[in-house]
Design a protein around this ligand. Structure first.
Ligand SMILES: Nc1ncnc2c1ncn2[C@@H]1O[C@H](COP(=O)(O)OP(=O)(O)OP(=O)(O)O)[C@@H](O)[C@H]1O
Length: 919
């Protein structure tokens, strides 16, 4: 059954928004390519912009005769004209000069030809300088010459020289294209005709002072061209660390091979491998610039995925878009490619002085880093386009400096972006032409909706764009998690943009209710904004507030992964349809518009659940990790991500399964070479970034984390997802498991449930998520055990546990419990470990208490056996819930301590390094 969601934005009128080449400029002016861009309604309301007046160029400046006469004026000429205008002002300080300028022009001297001796020009210049009584430019003064306007004949010389260069360059490009086409074996796919790409020929990237440059955007299918025709400058900027591109490339190659070899693999819902790279697809077919296609190829992206095929033409055609697709289907490139295609083609070339032209917002810092890394890798070929990152936890001053210099493509988390929009005066966004909200459902879950509204309004104001977007204050009934995050993180440093929803959820939910009440009343005009800005909203789920967000940000969007239907009331309904990524959509009961009910999971993902008594949770986790590591390593690599409910639990498990375990059991839990890593929102940003990159690069490893890693993160080759604690919301289940089985790779997800939690499986089933059951006894062989003499003392033959069968499994579990007691004893002797255990227990119970709605019935605190739960945290007695971890003050204290420890460690490392150098 289809899922339905009512959207409030108005139904698109019959005429779609003009495609990119004719998109309205924010000054309302016609674009240099001559398209009259303003939609009728708006242009009628506004007085004619200067640029629309006859004899004016798009900046409202007087057009040169050549342009008025209808001769083409290219970007370089425009720049020169601007420069001339400025310099003329500078060099005509007095009235006499102004009058002289007003005199009818003397007949021109014969134009100096290119290649003629510079001395001829110099002499003529010197003569003019003398005649003017020393006014104007002294040709003997090299500094002056650098600044001076050139005499007209010299301008023309320059123009001729430039045009001749253009022609040469164009010829070279065409030659290159012909060669490339011949190499591809298809001469028909040559570059677009020269006339289409006249604006993309390279010129020096003169900055005109940052104001008033008019660029020609060459968006739209077939309208793009290569900006540099392969004249690649290695800038060394690309800092793509995680290696997921390489991984992706491999996956794509594998997928392509599978599809080619397997023949029928490309069918809908077939294996993700076929989804990943349908044969025959080419980037240039979709209208991307040839050089961008080449860059994609060099990064291993050989052909587009289905979702990219669906979305790229829409965005290249200049429309806003609302996109839903399954996890790991390649959504990031869906928006980065059209953005880069557009930016690289703009003429005159974008320079740093232009500020930010594309803005990508993502809910977590790690996701921002990831998107930025991919963007940086793609931009390597376009050295004049700079990408940047602003996220909470980073040094504001450094960010400010980068923004002041100018960052064309900026990836940001909402809190920090808002901060810069409000406080960094040199942050230019007046030229913004792209806004992307990635993981929009998560942004909403985290309660960023108010911040998004503020951001959109600020951007609109700065760009002078229309659309207040004020109507989007949707009731954020579940925004409490974010409110909690803000409570916990934001007060001190104004961050709060992350998914640190682990603790303080109760306070958060209360506050969310209030915020929801406040927001719900706002109606409003909405309807997108930002003048000619193109906006993209990507969501993995059909979130309840998506309609409001779409209303806030989008204008007449193309909708991919949904179906849009008119309602009688003039609004539209969104219906979930099969996602372009293939795979099976879950069955859908749409009454509550639960995101999960419309979700699509990769068909290569095996999902199972395991019933585990509370007191055996820790050893079950240990056995599960050992079993997966052992079996997957045989297959060439094992990477597991373990999700828990709180930062404290991550800290506890990391310490206990690492150092404490080894000391108590006499052997490490995991084989040598398999690292145990941690990632959560209370870690200092530097550590988070290091872990993120480290785990991406690892061949084998186990990552203990909170839901901060649940969305969008693309760790290559994750083979197993373990949900040690149940997800906070059903949709979170889907996002967590989506970290595996990406781009057609195989993966597995294991959900551990305590006996009273087993009905959760039915809840998932009712939403179409089907899990198999796996028995704990199957892990018997991998249960950790104490040394043989202790086993014998317990009356258990050491080899018996490994033999298999029911009795053996029982024995193995007994031995594991014995080992667990030893670990617990070690914890009780170690004050630091004890503190971690107490904090983790409290946080676990607090998080458990925050489940709402249907989930509250299944995950009720009263159903917890607190003694057994405490045992699973290696505690001899059940701690009281009073005080301790979980308060905002406590979070801050721990964060500060962690930052101090990290800083001390950094200094130690530096000292060690310095000592090594001097030695
Ligand atoms: N055309 C392509 N060919 C090969 N690999 C690709 C292609 N497009 C994307 N990928 C790779 O697929 C993986 C998933 O991409 P991405 O992270 O964009 O997916 P997503 O849909 O945003 O996932 P999520 O919903 O989890 O955020 C990445 O490793 C990416 O490098």
């Amino acid at each position: 059954m289809d899922d339905e969601l009512e959207l409030n934005f108005s139904v698109p009128s019959a005429a779609p928004r003009p495609s990119k080449p004719s998109a309205p400029r924010k000054d309302g002016g016609a674009k240099p390519n001559g398209d009259s861009a303003k939609p009728a309604a708006k242009s009628a309301a506004k007085p004619a912009a200067p640029s629309q007046l006859p004899g004016r160029n798009p900046n409202g400046k007087t057009q040169p005769a050549q342009q008025r006469a209808g001769k083409p004026v290219n970007g370089r000429q425009q720049q020169q004209q601007h420069a001339i205008g400025r310099d003329q002002k500078k060099h005509q300080p007095d009235q006499a000069a102004a009058k002289a300028k007003a005199q009818p022009r003397a007949p021109r001297e014969p134009t100096t030809k290119i290649g003629r001796s510079g001395r001829v020009q110099q002499r003529a210049g010197k003569e003019r300088f003398k005649q003017s009584g020393g006014r104007g430019t002294d040709p003997d003064d090299p500094d002056e010459l650098m600044r001076a306007p050139e005499p007209e004949d010299e301008q023309e010389d320059d123009l001729r020289a430039a045009m001749s260069l253009m022609a040469q360059r164009e010829e070279a490009l065409q030659r290159e294209d012909r060669e490339a086409a011949a190499a591809r074996g298809g001469g028909s796919k040559a570059r677009a005709p020269a006339a289409e790409r006249e604006g993309v020929v390279e010129f020096d990237d003169d900055d005109d002072g940052g104001g008033g440059r008019k660029r020609r955007r060459l968006n739209g299918p077939g309208g793009g061209g290569s900006a540099n025709g392969g004249a690649v400058k290695a800038t060394g900027r690309g800092n793509y660390v995680p290696g997921s591109l390489v991984h992706a490339g491999k996956t794509a190659n594998n997928a392509a091979a599978a599809a080619n070899g397997g023949g029928a693999a490309a069918g809908a819902g077939a294996s993700g491998a076929a989804d990943a790279a349908a044969p025959g697809g080419e980037w240039s077919d979709l209208g991307l610039a040839a050089s961008l296609g080449q860059q994609l190829g060099s990064l291993g992206f050989l052909s587009p995925t289905p979702i990219q095929r669906a979305v790229l033409p829409v965005l290249l055609g200049g429309r806003d878009a609302l996109v839903r697709a399954q996890t790991g289907s390649g959504k990031t490139l869906c928006y980065l490619l059209p953005i880069i295609h557009d930016l690289q083609a703009q003429q005159p070339r974008i320079s740093r002085g232009d500020g930010t032209l594309a803005l990508v917002l993502a809910p977590t810092r790690e996701l921002c880093i990831q998107v930025h890394d991919v963007a940086t890798a793609l931009l390597r070929r376009f050295h004049w386009l700079v990408s940047g990152l602003v996220i909470g936890g980073e040094n504001r001053q450094h960010e400010k400096a980068r923004l002041r210099k100018g960052v064309a493509l900026l990836v940001a988390s909402p809190g920090r972006l808002l901060d810069h929009l409000e406080k960094t005066a040199s942050f230019r966004t007046s030229e913004l032409c792209w806004l992307v909200l990635d993981e929009a459902d998560r942004l909403l879950d985290l309660g960023f909706e108010a911040k998004l509204r503020q951001i959109t309004e600020l951007l609109n104001r700065r760009s002078g764009g229309g659309g207040s977007g004020s109507g989007a204050a949707a009731a954020a009934g579940n925004g409490g998690r974010a409110a909690a995050a803000e409570d916990g993180e934001g007060e001190e440093d104004g961050e709060g943009e992350d998914g640190e929803e682990e603790e303080g959820e109760e306070e958060g939910r209360g506050r969310a209710g209030r915020e929801g009440g406040r927001g719900s009343g706002a109606g409003g005009s909405g309807g997108g904004g930002g003048g000619g800005r193109q906006t993209v909203l990507l969501s993995a789920t059909l979130h309840k507030q998506l309609g409001a967000l779409a209303e806030l940000a989008l204008r007449d969007p193309a909708v991919v992964g949904f179906e849009m239907r008119r309602t009688g009331a003039g609004g539209v309904k969104l219906l979930a349809t099969a996602t372009a990524g293939g795979g099976a959509d879950t069955a859908a009961d749409t009454a509550d518009a639960d995101p999960l009910s419309t979700y699509s999971l990769p068909s290569t993902l095996r999902q199972c659940w395991m019933e585990v008594p509370a007191k055996e949770r820790l050893v079950a986790l240990a056995a599960l990790l050992r079993s997966r590591v052992a079996s997957r390593r045989r297959l060439g690599g094992s990477k597991a991500v373990v999700f828990v409910a709180s930062c404290d639990e991550v800290e506890f498990l990391h310490h206990v399964l690492g150092d404490v375990w080894e000391a108590a059991a006499g052997a490490a839990l995991l084989p040598r070479g398999v690292r145990l890593l941690k990632l959560h929102g209370d870690m200092p940003q530097a550590q988070r970034t290091e872990t993120f990159a480290g785990f991406s690069q690892e061949g084998d490893g186990v990552l203990l984390c909170t839901d901060v890693a649940a969305r969008g993160l693309d760790f290559p080759n994750v083979t197993t997802i373990v949900q040690y604690d149940v997800p906070g919301a059903p949709s979170e289940y889907v996002h967590r498991v989506g970290r595996s089985a990406r781009m057609g790779a195989a993966g597995e997800a294991v959900l551990l449930l305590m006996p009273h939690e087993v009905p959760y499986v039915n809840l998932l089933r009712s939403r179409g998520v089907l899990l198999e059951q796996e028995h704990l006894d199957k892990l018997a062989r991998y249960m950790p055990a104490p040394p043989p003499d202790q086993a014998l003392a317990m009356g258990i033959r050491p080899g018996k546990a490994a033999a298999g069968g029911g009795a053996a499994a029982g024995a193995a579990r007994q031995l594991a419990q014995q080992l667990h007691r030893q670990v617990a004893a070690a914890v009780s002797r170690d004050p630091h470990a004890s503190q971690l255990a107490n904090d983790a227990f409290r946080s676990f119970v607090r998080a458990y208490a925050t489940h709402a709605g249907d989930l509250k019935r299944v995950f009720a605190v009263r159903n917890l056996h607190l003694g057994h739960v405490a045992h699973s945290f290696c505690l001899m007695a059940t701690p009281t819930m009073a005080g301790g971890s979980g308060s905002a003050a406590d979070r801050k204290r721990r964060k500060r301590e962690a930052a101090e420890a990290a800083e001390a460690e950094r200094r130690r490392k530096m000292k060690r390094g310095a000592r090594r150098v001097t030695a």
